[in-house]
Design a binder for this molecule. Structure first.
Ligand code: HEC
Length: 449
């Protein structure tokens, strides 16, 4: 049945691309996609609705744990609707005792939990030059959630993996689009047996949502999201690395630096595994105009297999660095939120943050270009203008009843700001009389048409 569909679709692809809408393709899509915006925050950056690819907005980097509705989504194929009644996980391949197990029985194994950061291998691809095809992720192809499930090692032990086993292959319930290859990936046995490598059924204390892999997804702490296979239905022990498209061709990274824009011999490429030390500045925003005084610089940082050691902040474009305070403690696989209190004086600044891992590896200042645009971790620069205005009055008078966001959205003229301040003062805003004029000046400089 399915192979017929596949053939049909293949011949359709042969026709003019714009005709790719009709009947069965549409009904197949309707079967496979499910509700498009299930559990997704409206503030997410949408790269694609079908299949679903959503990026976390910058404010997500201020949270120690990423709420599920802000957590990035990367799907090569449509989200399958898995029927739990009929779902089971097959464990086979190079094993003495292949078996199938339902989610209910799987949950009888010892439960484990960890907070882990998952970053898409292609996160930051949109920053590479020359440009590359693929989703143009900026910063938010990453998230940090609390995962709960069982050890992959426990599931493999029951199957009695043969000594010949080198890799473990994972297969999801998703169905390949058109004649594209299935999304299947393998990881080396050593990583598979790591006590923190998990088959997760919960994310942030709730069952996984369909876009995040319901009912079961692989958690490979420290490694790129390409290994965190969703919608698991099959696990196979292999006597070699899997040789399907998503291992052999996609998700590979040059073993040595390469000249930007050149083609690379596949023999010089290895699979993406660990992600690298990286930090993102969530506040202030690029091109912000801020009042002088104490300013909070904050964001999140992580590294892969090697734990994060420190985050430093520079406000002079990388000439001098100061240690930022790490503000979360969710274990070695989690990202760390960080904070730095800056005494901003008037002028133009280039703010940077730099993560360093326990091996002493720090984020680079130059891109390490590679043909698929993976593992971007160049130090981010945020340009800000500090104005000599009375930020303190503004803060005290204007951000007590509401946040700055309601003000930031305004683009008003000076006389409109005069009326606005008068209105707020009638409503209870306390503005010292001798500072009213400079406050209006401040507002009409920062938030103008
Ligand atoms: C006593 C509480 C309070 C203080 C203090 C206050 N505001 Fe407001 N402001 C409000 C409320 C309430 C709203 C929302 C009104 C609504 O949504 O209907 C608001 C809304 C706004 C808006 C949105 C546009 C509008 O008119 O609804 C702007 C802009 C604004 N405030 C600016 C300021 C500025 C500038 C200051 C400092 C001078 C300030 N506010 C201080 C209560 C306050």
């Amino acid at each position: 049945m399915y192979s017929q569909l596949k053939l049909g679709r293949r011949s359709l692809f042969g026709m003019a691309g714009s005709l790719f809408v009709p009947n069965f393709a549409a009904s197949l899509a309707a079967q496979m996609t499910g509700p498009l915006v299930e559990g997704k925050s409206p503030s997410m950056i949408i790269h694609s609705r079908r299949p679903e690819d959503y990026e976390m907005p910058l404010e997500g980097f201020l949270q120690a744990i990423t709420p599920t509705e802000l957590f990035y989504v990367r799907s090569h194929h449509y989200t399958p609707q898995v029927d739990l009644e009929r779902h089971s996980l097959r464990v086979g391949g190079e094993v003495a005792s292949p078996y199938s197990i339902t989610l209910r029985d799987l949950k009888k194994l010892p439960r484990i939990e960890l907070v882990g950061v998952m970053e898409c291998a292609g996160n930051g691809r949109g920053f590479y030059t020359p440009r590359l095809p693929g989703l143009q992720w900026t910063h938010g192809g990453v998230g940090n959630a609390r995962w709960a499930g069982v050890r992959l090692a426990d599931v493999l032990k029951t199957a009695n993996v043969r000594a010949s086993t080198k890799h473990i292959l994972f297969d999801g319930a998703d169905v390949a689009i058109g004649s594209m290859p299935k999304f299947q990936r393998s990881i080396p046995l050593k990583k598979a047996m790591d006590p923190d490598t998990m088959l997760a059924f919960e994310m942030n204390g709730k069952p996984l949502t369909p876009t995040h892999g319901f009912p079961l997804r692989l958690i490979v702490p420290g490694w790129g999201g390409d290994s965190w296979v969703k919608w698991l239905v099959g696990i196979q022990a292999l006597d070699r690395e899997f040789d399907g498209f998503f291992m052999k061709t996609a998700y590979r990274y040059p073993t040595k630096p390469v000249v930007p824009g050149t083609a690379i011999d596949p023999a010089q490429m290895k699979p993406v595994e660990s992600v690298r030390a990286k930090s993102v500045i969530a506040m202030p925003r690029d091109n912000a105009v801020i009042g002088q005084g104490t300013t909070r610089i904050a964001g999140a940082a992580w590294s892969g297999e090697v734990p994060l050691a420190k985050v430093e902040v520079s406000t002079d474009g990388g000439r001098s660095w100061s240690i930022a305070r790490l503000t979360s403690s969710n274990g070695r696989w989690a990202w760390q939120t960080w904070d730095y209190s800056w005494n901003a004086t008037p002028g133009s600044y280039r703010i940077q943050a730099r993560a360093t891992d326990a091996n002493g590896y720090s984020q680079p200042t130059e891109q390490e270009w590679n043909p698929s645009g993976y593992l971007w971790n160049v130090i981010q620069t945020v340009r800000v203008e500090v104005t000599p205005m009375l930020s303190t009055t503004y803060r005290n008078s204007c951000t007590s009843c509401h946040g700055e966001d309601i003000i930031r959205g305004q683009k008003l003229t000076r006389s409109q700001w005069e009326r606005e301040v008068d209105k707020m003062m009638r409503w209870g805003a306390q503005v010292p009389t001798d500072q009213k004029t400079s406050l209006i000046e401040y507002l009409s400089t920062r938030f103008k048409p």
